[in-house]
Design a protein around this ligand. Structure first.
Ligand code: SF4
Length: 639
């Protein structure tokens, strides 16, 4: 049963209510591409904008004042002028989302929790939010707004039916700072007809794909074009869930691109069976799709059958990837290790497949059981769930699943090994060659981005290739040798992705972590010695602690530091962070006077380059001095 959203009109309300919507900071993950953002695309702060919040904003009565703050690109207001604060989030954002809910709630704001994790696990928000919104927002959010206005608001709003997407409004793209993201996003459909055992999409959005109309898509594309977006991601979990409508969309997009001088390079997610529908695949090329994310998961047919991934069993997976290349479309893919059928031998088979496929953006994850999925329920019955590991990020090197075909340690070390091998310079080069060998021409010309592309290429060469030394330069040259120059931009892009993934793996992968641990302990000893030298021992405490599978050095500042002292501590901390790329640092300021505010800045600001690994804990009155989109800030008076 599909329900039509009942969007309230401005008339139903009185004076404006001020609504602030917040997208919490993401922890670093495979998809952050932090290295590429910092070194190759410094004008961008994050990859994708919070489309869900822009949709919620569009569902809010016109008479309300709405703003969106994305903590990933801008500073968080610590005392905003707002009547309601809505905080969304996925599983991977849950920790930060909860922190922010608590912080604002303790300050007397009315806080609302939503997003995909609130839909999967609403009980996790009890005691942290005044209202929890479960399910799609199109019906529940307007209902919440009406109730809030009339003073009869409830604690829970739950969508009981799938909403009709034809009535979904154009997201408020105007509230997003699109120029700070690499890619803008929009959505055509929700739902997927398949039932992979580990996947939460059929639960969240149903098995019967629902789609927007082409008129709606036209309005959204116009809005994005006006906002100057060039790269656009269709966030659909499976854009070909309803193939006849996907075909109509492709024909429309090809026409739209032609009429507007090819403004967009497009990307999306789709199931692998797109490769066996040649006509539809060609239409994807005509529409301007540059890349598609496929859930290949594993080349092992028994594991695919175990996961219920039947659509991947119908064709040769390697040939499917090459077919995308022949049509000028790059392939990103997700791979999973830890299926019941997997053994220690499965790793080399998977590694060989990834190498031959030429897939550079190969998101390798450990099988993870997300609450309410069929996998979660099966493993719970079998007593094979680890409740001490949160199910948020399956690329973080740990999982809540206890494997059956090998020990947990064997699984994690096999996973680490593949990652390490894939990140070697010549393995990257080998994949570039294996891809370019099959690559055809992109079917649409795409808008020329001459000066920007040139700047990106030179930054990649300078900060990525040359900095890697003679071996990387040799691998880079070899990766291009023999391929036509028209394909070199594709190769450059793949190198940028690969070096980003390499930087991520250095921080998160086990073997690297072991080396780091030794380096860390040595460095902390040296740091302690130097603090002694600066007579700072009585003002600072150093505490070593575990943060998941990483080590964190906590520097507790117990008293005001003179400028000279603050700068010395900052210098030493910077050295430590440069030597140990996986190390996290928490700077805690306990007793800091007005004079000490400058000390916070003198100590913290010079650490900007390593900001994604630094948490600043302090009384909230001191934190406005810092940019929370750069440093992760944690007020210690509001938890
Ligand atoms: S095809 Fe993709 S979206 Fe659909 S159920 Fe499987 S994993 Fe989920």
């Amino acid at each position: 049963m599909v329900q039509t959203p009942n969007i309230p009109s401005a008339r139903e309300f009185g004076p404006p209510v001020r609504l602030l919507l917040i997208n919490p900071r993401f922890p670093e993950s495979f998809w952050s591409f932090r290295w590429a953002l910092r070194e190759v695309l410094p004008s961008r702060r994050a990859v994708n904008p919070p489309l869900g919040l822009a949709t919620v904003a569009a569902l809010t009565p016109d008479s309300w004042q709405v703003s969106i703050v994305d903590e990933n690109i801008e500073a968080l207001p610590l005392a905003p002028e707002a009547d309601i604060i809505g905080i969304g989030g996925m599983a991977v954002q849950y920790g930060r989302q909860r922190e922010l809910l608590n912080y604002y709630r303790n300050r007397g704001y009315y806080v609302v929790a939503g997003g995909s994790y609130a839909s999967l696990s609403p009980e996790s928000y009890i005691g942290h939010a005044d209202t929890i919104v479960v399910g799609e927002a199109e019906c529940t959010w307007p209902e919440f707004c009406r109730d809030f206005r009339s003073g009869s608001v409830r604690q829970h709003y739950k969508e009981t039916e799938w909403i009709a997407l034809e009535e979904s409004p154009t997201p408020r793209f105007d509230l997003l700072k699109l120029d700070r993201y690499t890619t803008a996003s929009l959505q055509f459909s929700r739902g997927c007809p398949y039932q992979c055992e580990f996947c939460d999409i059929p639960l969240l959005f149903g098995r019967r794909p629902r789609t927007k109309t082409l008129d709606q898509i036209a309005r959204e594309l116009d809005a994005l074009r006006e906002a100057g977006a060039r790269n656009v991601f269709f966030v659909d979990d499976n854009l070909i869930g309803h193939q006849p409508r996907a075909r109509e969309l492709m024909e429309y997009l090809a026409d739209y691109q032609g009429r507007h001088d090819y403004p967009f390079g497009l990307g999306t997610e789709a199931s692998v069976n797109l490769a066996s529908n040649q006509e539809l695949l060609e239409l994807f090329g005509d529409a301007g799709f540059r890349w598609v994310f496929l859930g290949i998961e594993t080349p092992d047919t028994e594991s695919l059958a175990e996961a219920g991934k039947k659509q991947n069993l119908k064709s040769d997976l390697l040939e499917a990837v090459y077919n995308f290349y022949r049509n000028g479309i790059s392939v990103f893919s997700g791979f999973i290790v830890g299926f019941d059928n997997d053994t220690p031998q499965s790793f080399s088979r998977l590694y060989r497949f990834i190498l031959s496929s030429g897939i550079q953006v190969a998101m390798l994850g450990l099988l993870t059981a997300v609450p309410r999925t069929p996998l979660y329920e099966r493993l719970e019955k079998e007593g094979r769930l680890r409740h001490d590991v949160p199910p948020g990020d399956n690329t973080g090197g740990s999982t809540n699943v206890i494997p059956s075909g090998m020990s947990y340690e064997e699984m994690v070390s096999g996973y680490d090994r593949i990652y390490r091998d894939l990140c070697r310079d010549f393995t990257i080069a080998n994949r570039v060659r294996n891809k370019l060998r099959h690559f055809g021409n992109p079917r649409l010309p795409g808008k020329k981005q001459g000066r920007e592309s040139l700047a990106m290429a030179s930054r990649l060469l300078l900060h990525g290739i040359l900095r890697g030394g003679p071996r990387r330069v040799a691998a880079f040259v070899w990766s291009l040798a023999g391929s036509p120059p028209r394909l070199w931009p594709i190769a450059m892009q793949d190198w940028a992705y690969a070096l980003s993934i390499r930087a991520y793996a250095r921080r998160h992968i086990g073997a690297a972590r072991e080396r780091e641990r030794a380096m860390f302990h040595l460095s902390v000893q040296q740091l302690t010695g130097r603090l002694q030298k600066y007579h700072l021992r009585h003002k600072l405490d150093l505490v070593t602690e575990h943060a998941g599978n990483r080590l964190r050095l906590k520097i507790v500042v117990r008293a005001d530091l003179a400028r000279r002292e603050a700068r010395a501590v900052s210098r030493m901390t910077r050295k430590l962070l440069s030597r140990a790329p996986a190390l996290l640092v928490a700077l805690q300021f306990n007793e800091v006077s007005t004079l000490g505010r400058t000390c916070i800045r003198d100590l913290v600001e010079p650490l900007r380059r390593h900001a994604d690994r630094i948490t600043v804990q302090s009384h909230s009155s001191l934190l406005p001095w810092l940019d929370s989109s750069v440093f992760r800030i944690a007020p210690i008076d509001g938890q």
